[in-house]
Design a protein around this ligand. Structure first.
Ligand code: 5GP
Length: 212
């Protein structure tokens, strides 16, 4: 091999962003975890589109892009969504351009999505996604504790809490599909473990891929 073709010993390209897919039943604190570790410049939270109504205090464009069903489905038709799924009888989906633009710029993107969405992301054949992807399942410590957390939130009716419990059990069957599993304990220890994991994943050599 001539000198000119020698592989460089030290990566000389800036690294790509990581795509961190975080799933788990609602009430495990995964949204809070993602939000906490995102600084808004080197790492961002992927704000999803949804057709569910805003909860008190939620802000359009910050928590979600709240869309009506016709608008959501029109975006699906135009191919604007990276992944989308029906969860708790509502549509949820991630904007493609936001994810790809940030990964290319080296910005880490946190996606808080359900197991159906995660399956779609894992199945994505785009090279960029395949090199950047990491997935984590956040487990509640027990179903009882999950129910306490969901009712304690005080923002959802008893009926909605029940629906979420049924969905939680269905979601939890998929934890093995994820590379990492974080069993939720206290907020502090969850955050510490999550940060440690992210720090380590940032060192992955595949993030230094030189894209053609
Ligand atoms: P919530 O209504 O409690 O904010 O979210 C309900 C569920 O929808 C959560 O499990 C959350 O991870 C999931 N979710 C939020 N955004 C998206 C998205 O863009 N795509 C998919 N597939 N699921 C999402």
């Amino acid at each position: 091999m001539g000198m000119g073709k020698r592989m460089s010993m030290i990566p000389n390209t800036p690294r790509l962003g990581m795509l961190i897919v975080v799933s788990g039943p609602s009430g495990t604190g995964k949204t809070t975890l993602c939000r906490k570790v995102c600084d808004g410049s080197s790492s961002v939270f992927s704000v999803s589109c949804t057709t569910r109504p805003p909860r008190p205090g939620e802000v359009d464009g910050k928590d979600y892009f709240f869309l009506d069903e016709a608008d959501f489905l029109a975006r699906v038709d135009r191919g604007e969504l990276f992944e989308y799924a029906r969860v708790h009888n509502r549509w949820y989906g991630t904007l493609k351009s936001y994810v790809f633009d940030n990964l290319r710029r080296g910005v880490d993107v946190f996606m808080d999505i359900d197991v159906q969405g995660a399956t779609q992301v894992r199945g994505c054949e785009d090279d960029l996604v395949r090199h950047c992807l990491t997935d984590i399942f956040v487990m509640p410590p027990s179903l009882n504790e999950l129910r306490n957390r969901l009712s304690g939130r005080g923002t959802d009716s008893a009926e909605v809490v029940e629906l979420r419990m049924v969905n939680a059990e269905a979601e939890m069957k998929h934890w093995r599909d994820y590379r990492y599993c974080l069993i939720s304990d206290t907020r502090e220890s969850d955050e510490a473990k999550f940060r440690t994991l992210i720090e380590a994943e940032r060192l992955r050599s595949s993030l230094y891929l030189e894209l053609a």
